[in-house]
Design a protein around this ligand. Structure first.
Ligand code: NAP
Length: 354
């Protein structure tokens, strides 16, 4: 199967995605029969495109080079002009837009309109960008359904931790009654370093930055907003919550002190930034806050930059998953996973083993 990819965003994640595609090309062909080619890479001021696909050596050079706009072949243009950037319709091609950009969390723009427009033109969607899903999850899902395209977003909901696939595949048929999890690597690293190594909040934050854990916008991590976005996406996708970011009560970790950590340690508890969505009689309530967790609870065992989530369901009981790497390479890997699963779904009639 030929896959023509239009990649939006060429920062940490976009570049890692291109390196991964190149490294995995033989595996994708032999194991899955997939031949992806990157037709365009788009950033804020324009991009690079080649209808027959950008050559692999050129792609890898681009991924390792500086700003895209300084590279040969870059043409200026409006990223929202899909006529300029989407792969043209070609017999036998599956067209996919991969979004690794940032957008406004309230409006989801500029990605929200772009993704909907691409779906209406028959492009499948893989988004690592949380904002369009946070701003209008139901609208995105509806446009994808009506347009008959796949919408995949593993990288926007805890990336290396296969939370969304667990719900969609492993828990199919179940009603999810609650989701609670440690969903942000940076904040979990900071809280673990404060409790295990006795660091102050500032020292632990500095160390997490030095390790390159924080995203480009680290304030979204420590304020709890990143966790709120993830639990919101999970709740909307898995529980039909129909909530918006404004419905989530969010407390971050910026006010957590060493004294508080020590206080809870004496009580046999450790602090974790927990995102929690709970089904009530006729609604779903969602909250993010630093929570004292008993040492024996599985969420207390989620340490350092790990993530973990617990689902409570009607028919499968309780299910916990923990682990998965973090950072841009995990995000890129989750986009590749989405691409493979999307291709399986699109080519479903040919059958696949899973
Ligand atoms: N980093 C991670 O570990 C991680 C993990 C999971 C998910 N994510 C998500 O992945 C996305 C990208 O993260 P990143 O770390 O790669 O960010 P980044 O390094 O800041 O790169 C962002 C890229 O997006 C482009 N961009 C931004 N706004 C755009 C727009 N309106 N139109 C077109 N291109 C635009 C930028 O273009 P210019 O080059 O012109 O500035 C840049 O190439 C974010 O949504 C993030 O939440 C990241």
């Amino acid at each position: 199967m030929q896959i023509a990819i239009c990649l939006y965003g060429f920062g940490n994640v976009g570049r890692e995605f291109v390196r991964l595609l190149n490294r995995k090309a033989p595996y994708l062909k032999s194991r899955h029969g997939l031949e992806p080619r990157v037709v365009s890479i788009v950033t804020r001021k324009g991009g690079i495109r080649a209808e027959s696909g950008i050559d692999c050596p050129v792609l890898v050079n681009l991924a390792n080079a500086g700003t895209l706009s300084d590279q040969e072949g870059f043409v200026g243009g409006d990223p929202s002009d899909l006529d300029a950037w989407l792969p043209p319709m070609r017999e036998g091609d599956v067209r996919v837009l991969v979004d690794a950009t940032w957008s406004d969390l309230d409006t989801g723009e500029p990605a929200l309109s772009r993704l909907k427009d691409a779906a209406r033109r028959g492009c499948h969607l893989v988004t690592l960008n949380k904002a369009p899903l946070v701003a209008d999850f139901d609208g995105m899902a509806q446009v994808a359904r009506e347009s008959g395209v796949c919408l995949k977003f593993s990288g926007a909901a805890a990336a290396g931790l296969p939370a969304i696939d667990t719900v969609r595949v492993s828990l199919a048929g179940a009603q999810v009654d609650s989701i609670e999890g440690v969903l942000n690597s940076t904040t979990n690293y900071i809280l673990t370093a404060m409790s295990d190594d006795g660091l102050s909040y500032e020292e632990a934050l500095r160390r997490s930055r030095a390790m390159g854990l924080a995203e480009t916008q680290p304030e979204r991590d420590v304020s709890g907003i990143d966790t709120a976005c993830k639990i919101l996406i999970l709740a909307n996708a898995a529980m039909g919550a129909r909530k918006r970011l404004g419905d989530v009560k969010v407390t971050g970790i910026t006010e957590v002190t060493s004294r508080e950590i020590a206080y809870w340690a004496v009580q046999g508890r450790t602090l974790r930034l927990i995102g929690r969505a709970v089904r009530t009689a006729d609604d779903v309530s969602i909250e993010v806050k630093p929570t004292p967790v008993p040492y024996k609870d599985f969420l207390a065992q989620v340490t350092g930059d790990s993530k973990g989530v617990r689902f409570t369901t009607d028919v499968f009981g309780e299910l916990t998953i923990v682990g998965g790497s973090g950072g841009p390479s995990a995000a890129a890997s989750s986009a590749l996973k989405d691409l493979i699963n999307l291709a399986k779904a699109v080519g479903g009639e040919q059958g696949h083993i899973s």
